[in-house]
Every structure is written in structure tokens, then in C-alpha cells.
Design a protein around this ligand. Structure first.
Ligand code: NDP
Length: 400
């Protein structure tokens, strides 16, 4: 049915490739293109013995628009799945515009020199994508991604009006290291050390980093400390869920993790501002990334589960309603299936499903769109089929 070019060859890309290859009727041919060709080849080799999908690899520096345009022209994909880093988003969108190719990503654009993520840069491409008749699906990972689809599903099937959304992201996985991040350390630490924020009655309320902490008792995981963070889907859900009054994002961190992070922050190791060291300009966070365990190496060591979902409060048929929809993913099962832990799995599976929605025509709408703008039903059906089944609870415990 279609051809996909997958940019990036990290933990998430590995899952996207495995999942595309499990669906060869939709993904007849894929190209894995990234900065380090050997990593692309290793992923290709890991699926070669069992898939009907034709898999090729190529070297690509996706910061270079002309190089990306040339590769797209040579391979002629129907869609580009961007699972490199958020820094590449705009360059890859430019290449998609130049070649009239559909686009999908899992994280919104961040400038390299400023730890700030907002949709304004990518939303600014909306008219140009409309004019070229191509679709961009933004944020099709788990959160953002499934979190937005869960909200659209709740809006469509369970509420007349949604008033409050709490996105709850719990990782109870244990990899045995005192400190490691589950996905790209630079992106992860930039996100966590930034100020927290939430939306209340149409305005942003800012908090100090990790200032707001509560405890939540997660199904299948148990009680965990949760911290309020700024997160990109707050911005798009505030626009796309009419009538919503409050949206918050919570993530679990252990005491051990927070202690390590505070020390690293206090000594300046999480800074993105380059310092001169032996004649070189080095951003401390980039050096820290180099000494921390590679997230891709955590797969075989990680045990336990993730639980990510949305707690939603609103009104149905004139009565107040609380509703919780979530997925539980097991690190060891994910690793056994695709060779990556659950954080990469829960991101890569929805990225493949989003691309499947575009290739099968279910989510084709010229312009630049967040996932909650599309019909959630076919996506929710595929979550069950593709390894991320979801559970609904109509009498959940609220966050407070
Ligand atoms: P990794 O760091 O493991 O992989 C990133 C890959 O991108 C690497 O292979 C890297 O190449 C490649 N890359 C970096 N720069 C370039 C470039 N200029 N040109 C081509 N390739 C490049 O990250 P993850 O797989 O963990 O994460 C991938 C994406 O998924 C990130 O954007 C992350 O923010 C997002 N994410 C989204 C989540 C969600 O739920 N929405 C959750 C988790 C992650 P090299 O191998 O040379 O380093």
C-alpha cells in the first residue's frame, strides 16, 4: 500500500521499524535514514529474517534540508516518520513541503539553544501544508500522542463537555542503574528541569521546576510520587477540546532520581549553555549525555511496567462524570517483542499507527494537525491490535 521513510535510528525508531514490518500490507517498503548508518543497518538486520516489508537504509543528516530533499526524491516515500530529535522537526517539514510528502513526528520543535518547546513554530506551517495538499500529524507518540487520542475518544463517546484533564505518566520500571534516562537524556533532562506549568481557565499558570508533588495510586503499579511538568500537549488540547478549564501533566520520579538530578543541576551539569573546556565549546548537558547509559542499552535490564493515561472530569447527560483511560505496558514483554523497553515501545507503536492512519486515508487532511483533531476510533482500534490495549474506568480516584 505505501512507502515510509523513517528518520532516526534510536530506541523509538527501532520500534517503529519493527511495527511497520509487522504490518507489511500497509508498509510495503521502508527506508531507515539517520546520522549513523551502522545503527540503521543494525535495525534492518534485526527484522530481515521475518518481514515481507522491503527495508533499505541510508546515511542522512536531517539538519540539512537539501540532503533530506534529495533522499526523499530518490526514495519517493508517501510519508516521512520523524523519530530523530525535536531539533530536526522544522528542517524535515521544509523537506516534506519541497517534495509534497506527508509528515509525522512524536515531539514538537525545540530550538537547540533554548530549552523551550511550543507548537507555534510548527503551526506556522499550516497554510503551506494546506496549499501543497499534504498532511502533517504532530505528536503521534504516547504523550503527546495517545494522550490526545484518549481525550478525543472521551469527548466523542463519553462526555458532552470536558472540564478537567490530568495526564498521568507513570514509569515503574527498574533498570538497576542509580541514574539513567529512558529516552534521549538531553531532551529528557531539558524537559524535567524546565519550569512546570498548567492551564487554568485559558491562562498558563507557571510553577518552579518539580515544585508541585502529589502521590497517586496507579492501577497495576501502586502508589507513586507524581510531579507537575509543562508538557506540549497542554497547548494543543487547550485549543482542541472546547470548554476545557484545567489541563495538567504529571510524571512519576523516584526519590533517587530526583536526588541525582538536583545534584547534577546544582553543579551545573544540566546547563545547555556551552562552556570552554580545553579549547572546546561544550554544553554540560551534552557531556552528561555522553557519560550516562545509552537509553537503548536499558532494554535488556529493565523490569516493571509503565501506566500512562488520562483522568478526565466533565459532564454527560447533565450529570458530572469522572473517567480514566490508560494503558499498562510491560518493559520485559516489549523488549522480548521488539528489542526495546516500554518507553520506546509506547512511543514507537503510536508513531507507526499514526502513519498507518495517513497511508490508509483515515487521517488524510491537508494542513498541520495534532492527533486529537482526527477521528480517534480507528486509532483506538489499532492500539488494541498493535500491542497497546487500553482500559477504561468510570469510577476512578481523582488526583486530589
Ligand atoms: P535517540 O537519541 O535514541 O535517537 C535519536 C536518533 O536520531 C539517533 O539515531 C540519532 O542519530 C538521530 N539523529 C539525531 N540528529 C540527527 C540528524 N541531524 N540527522 C539524522 N538523524 C539524527 O532518541 P529516542 O529514539 O529515544 O527518541 C526519538 C524521538 O522520540 C525524540 O524526538 C523524542 O523526543 C521522542 N519521544 C517522544 C515521546 C512521546 O511519547 N511523544 C516519548 C519518548 C521520546 P545517532 O544515532 O547518530 O545519535
Amino acid at each position: 500500500m505505501g512507502k515510509a521513510m523513517i528518520i532516526g535510528a534510536g530506541g523509538v525508531a527501532n520500534v517503529v521499524v519493527h511495527k511497520c514490518c509487522q504490518n507489511p500490507d500497509v508498509f510495503e517498503e521502508i527506508l531507515i535514514a539517520s546520522r549513523t548508518l551502522a545503527r540503521c543497518d543494525a535495525i534492518r538486520d534485526s527484522v530481515a529474517s521475518w518481514t515481507r516489508t522491503r527495508v533499505a537504509t541510508a546515511h542522512l543528516d536531517a539538519d540539512n534540508v537539501e540532503e533530506t530533499v534529495a533522499l526523499i526524491r530518490a526514495f519517493r516515500p508517501d510519508i516521512v516518520i520523524n523519530v530523530a530529535l525535536p531539533y530536526q522537526d522544522l528542517a524535515i517539514m521544509d523537506a516534506c513541503l519541497a517534495t509534497r510528502t506527508h509528515y509525522l513526528d512524536t515531539a514538537n520543535y525545540e530550538p537547540r539553544d533554548e530549552a523551550k518547546f511550543e507548537y507555534k513554530w510548527q503551526w506556522a506551517y499550516r497554510e503551506r501544508f494546506e496549499q501543497e495538499g499534504i498532511t502533517a500529524v504532530l505528536g503521534s507518540g504516547f504523550d503527546p500522542g495517545v494522550s490526545g487520542v484518549f481525550c478525543a475518544w472521551a469527548q466523542k463517546h463519553h462526555f458532552d463537555e470536558i472540564h478537567e484533564i490530568d495526564i498521568l505518566d507513570a514509569n515503574a520500571g527498574d533498570h538497576g542503574y542509580p541514574f539513567a534516562t529512558n529516552f534521549n537524556p538531553e531532551i529528557n533532562i531539558r524537559e524535567i528541569t524546565a519550569k512546570g506549568s498548567y492551564i487554568q481557565d485559558g491562562t498558563w499558570v507557571e510553577t518552579e521546576p518539580l515544585e508541585v508533588k502529589k502521590v497517586y495510586d496507579f492501577p497495576q503499579i501502586g502508589p507513586k510520587d507524581i510531579y507537575l511538568l509543562h508538557h506540549e500537549e497542554l497547548e494543543s488540547l487547550a485549543v482542541n477540546i472546547p470548554g476545557v478549564r484545567r489541563i495538567r501533566f504529571w510524571m512519576t520520579f523516584s526519590e533517587k532520581y530526583i536526588t541525582h538530578l538536583r545534584v547534577l543541576e546544582n553543579v551545573g551539569m544540566t546547563s545547555i549553555v556551552p562552556i570552554e573546556f580545553r579549547g572546546l565549546q561544550v554544553a554540560p548537558i551534552e557531556f552528561l549525555k555522553a557519560v550516562l547509559p545509552d537509553p537503548a542499552s536499558l532494554g535488556p535490564r529493565t523490569k516493571g511496567k509503565t501506566n500512562i493515561g488520562c483522568l478526565i472530569r466533565g459532564v454527560k447527560d447533565g450529570k458530572p462524570r469522572d473517567y480514566y483511560v490508560y494503558n499498562v505496558c510491560d518493559h520485559e514483554s516489549a523488549y522480548a517483542e521488539v528489542g526495546s523497553q516500554a518507553i520506546s515501545y509506547t512511543t514507537g507503536v503510536p508513531a507507526m499507527i499514526g502513519a498507518m492512519m495517513v497511508l490508509t486515508g483515515k487521517w488524510l487532511r491537508p494542513g498541520v494537525h495534532n492527533v486529537e483533531e482526527f477521528d480517534p476510533d480507528p486509532f483506538m482500534e489499532q492500539l488494541i491490535r498493535q500491542g497497546l490495549p487500553w482500559i477504561e474506568d468510570f469510577s476512578p480516584v481523582p488526583v486530589d
